[in-house]
Design a protein around this ligand. Structure first.
Ligand SMILES: NC(=O)c1ccc[n+]([C@@H]2O[C@H](COP(=O)([O-])OP(=O)(O)OC[C@H]3O[C@@H](n4cnc5c(N)ncnc54)[C@H](O)[C@@H]3O)[C@@H](O)[C@H]2O)c1
Length: 427
């Protein structure tokens, strides 16, 4: 069978995860045919990486020439790794032009764009997958398996707290994510992973959502209240940034320098803004209460300035309780070894049966990012996957369901009201 042809739109930090895999481990089943971005310098960086991996440079197309790229290079599937705000434009146009789509999370950032995508899937009859790598991490897969196998009975409630630390968490406040229009805020951009996991673990979908959230740590006003007087707008060229542990010094990282500092003359994308500047309109401290169709109740918290990174999740069921603690290693996108993204430093799963002593469950973590989940995801996307009783491959419905909790949470924060997920979009 001829290899599947892929074009990549959005050639920033995340794109390399996909195109590097296609041109190396999956070259028998997948072929990379083009790059597309608004920024030529970043496309050129992607091409140097491809050349380092032994391929000839690929044709590059500016975003305005997306249609021409599809016509000339004839991809079967378009991989979308742009900023979140424009995912829907490329998802819809690629499907209209006859391609299937692999979209990075979040599928999109609000309910209007989500509806446009759902409608386009129907009218074009093309396939849209969202690449939820966390599902494939061995510890997350193990929990799904145990809940499916009724180890603690019917799940009645879930308590889930996710901690982003002062390195990785801060990164969302340095660049485009800090504007809610670009990312939907962290309850969409980041929590899409977590709400997808809950949907996947429970085999259910969210029904009603209430949320509270605030900017309590990052931002100029919060720093001023704590007595800070030393401010700057971006790290590059700012003496005030020299001793700021939150500053990102791009000139010290060849990859960050090539991809962002040397590219900013084209589009004014500043990757190293101060997290204590003005103009941040996303939350850094969030709490969400969700009722699922299955009846389960979720209490969820996300804080973006913690001393460690990882998560704790507890499931209460009719036969007992399951607890999982995961300590992750921190990673700044494009600032280091991508296989370290979401790498796991420590994981523990404990089952407390209702009338028997607790026991720990062994987990086989693998090599590669997200506890060994990334290579499994890549094989699922580009290789020859085996059939999967856990159904880890995520469809556009999973993509939508994972963002609708965060979109509903944003609405609840705006209005102070409980939000019914069914009122947001029609499937
Ligand atoms: N699953 C994961 O673990 C994971 C990790 C990191 C990022 N991501 C996702 O990947 C996507 C990209 O994130 P990133 O960290 O690589 O960001 P990035 O800023 O490094 O890259 C984004 C790219 O999009 C390009 N772009 C912006 N507007 C565009 C437009 N209108 N048309 C075409 N290209 C445009 C930018 O020039 C840039 O090259 C995001 O959706 C993010 O949520 C997922």
């Amino acid at each position: 069978m001829a290899p599947t042809r892929y074009a990549v739109v959005g050639t920033g930090g995340r794109a390399a995860f996909f195109y590097s895999a296609i041109v190396t481990d999956f070259k028998d089943t997948a072929e990379l045919v083009a790059f597309c971005d608004t920024n030529q310098t970043r496309m050129d960086v992607a091409n140097s990486r491809v050349q380092e991996l032994g391929l000839s440079p690929l044709p590059t197309f500016r975003a305005v020439d997306f249609d021409r790229m599809i016509e000339e290079t004839k991809p079967d599937t378009v991989i979308i790794t742009t900023i979140d705000r424009v995912h829907h434009r490329y998802i819809i146009r690629a499907m209209e032009l006859g391609c299937n789509v692999l979209s990075e999370k979040p599928m999109t950032v609000d309910e209007i764009k989500c509806q446009m995508i759902l409608d386009a899937v129907k009218t074009t009859n093309r396939q849209l997958r969202v690449t939820f790598n966390y599902r494939y991490a061995p510890h997350n897969t193990k929990v799904r398996e145990m809940l499916m196998d009724d180890v603690i009975g019917k799940i009645t409630s879930v308590h889930f707290e996710w901690l982003l630390n002062t390195q990785h968490g801060a990164d969302y406040f340095r660049r485009w994510h800090r504007d809610k229009r670009n990312s939907g805020g962290l309850l969409v951009h980041k929590s899409t992973h977590h709400f997808d996991l809950v949907n996947f673990w429970l085999g259910s979908h969210p029904q009603t959502v209430f949320a509270q959230g605030d900017l309590q740590f990052y931002g100029k006003e919060n720093a001023e209240i704590r007595g800070e007087t030393n401010f700057y707008s971006r790290a590059h060229g700012s003496p005030a940034a020299a001793n700021d542990p939150f500053a990102l010094h791009m000139e010290d990282h060849p990859q960050l320098k090539a991809m962002y500092l040397d590219a900013e003359h084209e589009d004014g994308y500043y990757r190293d803004q101060s997290v204590f500047g003005d103009g941040i309109n996303i939350e850094d401290t969030m709490g969400v209460l969700v009722r699922y169709q299955s009846g389960a109740i979720l209490t969820y918290s996300l804080v973006a300035y913690c001393p460690w990174e990882g998560f704790r999740v507890c499931f209460n069921g009719t036969k007992g309780r399951l607890e999982m603690d995961v300590l992750e290693q921190s990673y700044v996108n494009s600032g280091g070894d991508q296989s370290q993204e979401g790498a796991v430093a420590h994981t523990k799963i404990t089952v407390h049966p209702m009338f028997a002593p607790p026991y720990e469950v062994a987990i086989m973590e693998g090599e590669g990012g997200h506890g060994g989940g990334d290579p499994v995801l890549l094989n699922d996307l580009f290789g020859t996957p085996a059939s999967d009783r856990l159904h880890r491959a995520a469809s556009h419905v999973d993509g939508a369901m994972s963002i609708l909790t965060g979109i509903a949470a944003n609405k609840a924060m705006r209005t102070g009201q409980v939000v019914q997920v069914k009122d947001l979009v029609q499937f």
